[in-house]
Design a protein around this ligand. Structure first.
Ligand code: NDP
Length: 247
């Protein structure tokens, strides 16, 4: 565990206990910062790098059940049971079907889909006891729109829609919501790694005519996890400048 505090003051005990997987950088970091600014008690999982100021950092790889369990125990001891879970950790292994190895496929599914299952299952224990909870799964426009070279990634992200909808039917009566946020092209390390030609191809098909910043995803995630969104569950909410509209 690594605890950071902006001014050496005691840890804030207001707000809800929020956990963001992969909250050390990119979209996850923006989401974590957004909840922190909202007055929540924010924990993040991280594998590398540093813990952002004001948050509780718990080292965990979402492909490892024991690490996930230990991370939740640390968060519960410090912040109380997780009331808001953001399953954000994700990877890509883009390549065309004929070049895609089975490991390329299963690694992506194990992180993006099974990794989300692992954290949702662990979080649901506390949420069921509390009889309330907010689960937000970070999917992608690729889930339902499709993208060449992303059979593995699209499959893993589309699977999150099935999870959210089944979970809504299973736990919806217990005060727990589960929604999917599907970002389009967001400026992070993940998209910076794409070839410039691929970036240009995406840009030309985005009705908004631009890529987005991670904050624009974070604002939507924070809202769908708020009391104002208590009657939204099993929804797929796009944040994609219109790229995937129609599904
Ligand atoms: P980044 O590559 O910038 O960050 C990925 C994050 O996931 C990092 O914090 C990373 O941790 C973490 N992570 C990856 N694998 C694991 C693992 N096995 N266990 C724990 N943590 C892990 O990606 P983005 O911020 O761009 O993406 C965040 C989410 O948003 C992903 O699910 C992605 O698929 C999705 N998304 C992104 C889009 C975009 O345009 N950027 C578009 C649509 C969806 P570490 O730093 O330790 O590697």
């Amino acid at each position: 565990m690594q605890e950071q505090d902006t001014a050496g003051t005691p840890e804030k005990k207001t707000g809800r206990s929020v956990l963001v997987t992969g909250g050390n950088r990119g979209i996850g970091l923006a989401i974590a910062q957004s909840f922190l600014a909202n007055g929540d008690r924010v924990a993040i999982t991280y594998r590398s790098g540093n813990v952002p100021a004001g948050m509780l950092g718990v080292k965990a790889d979402v492909t490892d059940n024991a690490q996930v369990d230990a991370a939740f125990s640390e968060v519960e001891n410090t912040h109380g049971a997780v009331e808001v879970l953001i399953a954000n950790a994700g990877i890509t292994r883009d390549t065309l079907l004929l070049r895609m190895s089975e490991t390329d496929f299963t690694d992506v599914v194990d992180t993006n889909l099974t990794g989300s299952f692992r954290v949702i299952k662990r979080a649901s224990r506390g949420m069921l006891r509390l009889r309330k909870g907010r689960i937000v799964l970070i999917s992608s426009v690729s889930a339902l729109y499709g993208a060449p070279g992303q059979i593995n990634y699209s499959a893993s992200k589309a699977g999150l829609v099935g999870i959210a909808r089944s979970l809504t039917r299973e736990l919806g009566s217990r005060g727990i919501t589960c929604n999917v946020v599907a970002p389009g092209f967001i400026n992070t390390d993940m998209t910076a790694a794409l070839p410039v030609e691929t970036q240009q191809t995406y840009l030309s098909s985005i009705p908004a005519g631009r890529f987005a910043d991670a904050d624009e995803v974070a604002n939507v995630v924070r809202w769908v996890a708020s009391d104002e969104a208590a009657y939204i569950s099993g929804a797929v909410i796009p944040v994609d400048g219109g790229l995937g509209m129609g599904h």
